[in-house]
Design a protein around this ligand. Structure first.
Ligand code: HEM
Length: 435
């Protein structure tokens, strides 16, 4: 067993998360493969000077995400969260039984059956955004015109959040998630977003609609099981989770397919839904966009992957490293949309496994093939090095994806594509914290 030593010389520890290579941004940082091979777990230094253990092996990640001695309630550690006590708790940061109590109130809204029933509506929205994007010209920022608004509108409809307000909540959720924003500004943005949701809950108490928030009010608030502020906080979690992650997966998934044209052709040309579904699962595994999103804390002393971990230690769960673990999957660093991806953990594992995964699958299996079929000439409008990646941010992706589908490649209107790259790239060089 590898025994934890006191953090002598913490300044010499590797910074986490490690940076990706600028030349091959889709590849994982080389350190992760080394850490997987190491004894025990890797100790790292976080952005705020604290230390944490990083879990990189597939088996160890599954262990961490299912052992009850390890908690998702990282808010209990005020040294990491100076303002934690002021927050209304949200169920992703709770342990069972509190977590299960709230999650069970939401699962029926996200079953495979319910999400498949939404497929025609999702398809119509995909086509609507593609119509609007192509009507504007022959080049666009795919994130702004398609990857972000489509899932954003879908989750807004599901929750009953007026889509007219999307600019407000997108701007505020960006503020919360940006690394170079002061704690005061982040606090202000969180409070404003929460206030926005509280106001919505109050409005729906007076004028209910046919949506998730109205249902929670009718079935749970009026029975005294939930407080209105709990509906607001958990609605906010769904709103942010529902558009941030899928949007990144659409943007990055498109870019990855453009970088693998022979596999893009299979997704475009296949009329077999199983082929498209398999391709989406492999993209989810290969990209594992939840690169720095999953944090846990040990509630008691225990051993993880041969490493002694002390009560109170912070644990970073590295899903990309786990999904690229050669002991889980051969040639894991290669994109192969025909492979069997069973057991991938891109949506997490255990009790906190993604609540919205069935919705994300419907959105991705509609968005990616329909985009490729509609625009067979789709390609990047700038060199790969100029695409602004979300580097070490919690969810990997691209801030913008300048694309063109102009028929004559030699006269493509790449110059007309808005590339907010410089601004985003500067921000992406920083990083956000786990909480
Ligand atoms: C491709 C898209 C998505 C990816 C890769 C993704 C990934 C994840 C991951 C890895 C977790 C586990 C977090 C943890 O263990 O701490 C998670 C949890 C969660 N996701 Fe997603 N997600 C996606 C889409 C969505 C959507 C569309 C929704 C909207 C409904 C959503 C809502 C949630 C919620 C509420 C949780 C917390 C569940 C719990 O703690 O019980 N996600 N997601």
């Amino acid at each position: 067993m590898n025994t934890a030593t006191e953090p002598t010389g913490d300044l010499g520890l590797p910074a986490y998360p490690a940076a990706r290579s600028a030349r091959c941004p889709l590849d994982l940082p080389a350190e992760y493969a080394q850490w997987r091979l190491g004894d025990g777990l890797q100790k790292v230094r976080l952005w705020n000077g604290e230390t944490a253990w990083v879990v990189t092996r597939h088996e160890d990640v599954k262990f961490v995400l299912s052992d009850q001695r390890i908690s998702a309630d990282t808010l209990r550690y005020p040294r990491m969260h100076p303002s934690a006590q002021q927050q209304v708790p949200a169920f992703p940061r709770m342990d069972d039984p509190e977590h299960a109590r709230i999650r069970l109130m939401l699962t029926k809204d996200f079953t495979v059956k319910r999400m498949e029933a939404m497929r025609p509506q999702v398809r119509a929205l995909v086509d609507r955004f593609l119509d609007e994007m192509t009507a504007e010209g022959d080049s666009a920022d795919l994130v702004e015109s398609f990857a972000l608004p489509m899932p954003s509108l879908v989750i807004s409809l599901l929750l009953g959040v007026p889509y007219e307000d999307h600019a407000f909540f997108q701007e505020h959720s960006v503020t919360i998630n940006q690394p170079d924003v002061t704690p005061q500004d982040k606090g202000r943005a969180s409070a404003e977003l929460f206030g926005f949701l509280m106001e919505l809950v109050r409005r729906k108490q007076r004028e209910p609609g046919d949506d998730l928030i109205s249902r929670l009010i009718a079935e749970r608030v009026e029975t005294g099981e939930l407080k209105p502020e709990e509906v607001a906080m958990n609605g906010l979690v769904l709103l942010i989770a529902g558009h941030e992650t899928t949007a990144n997966m659409i943007g990055l998934g498109t870019l990855t397919l453009l970088e693998h044209p022979e596999q893009a052709a299979v997704v475009r040309d296949s009329d077999d839904p199983k082929v498209v579904a398999g391709a989406v699962e492999e993209l989810l595994r290969y990209l594992s966009i939840a690169q720095d999103m999953i944090w846990r804390a040990a509630h008691e002393d225990l051993v993880i992957g041969g490493q002694e971990v002390k009560a109170g230690d912070i644990i970073a769960v590295n899903l990309p490293a786990a999904n690229h673990d050669p002991s889980f999957m051969e040639n894991a660093g290669v994109l192969d949309i025909g492979r069997n991806t069973r057991g991938h953990i891109a949506f997490g594992y255990g009790i906190h496994q993604c609540l919205g995964q069935n919705l994300a699958r419907v959105e991705l299996t509609e968005a990616l093939p329909r985009l490729l079929r509609r625009l067979p000439g789709l390609r990047l409008a700038v060199p790969l090095e100029e695409v602004p990646f979300r580097g070490t941010m919690a969810a990997f992706g691209v801030h913008a994806l300048p694309v063109t589908w102009w028929a004559n490649p030699t006269t493509a209107t790449a110059a007309a594509v808005p590339v907010p790259g410089a601004r985003w790239a500067a921000r992406a060089r920083g990083r956000r914290g786990p909480w």
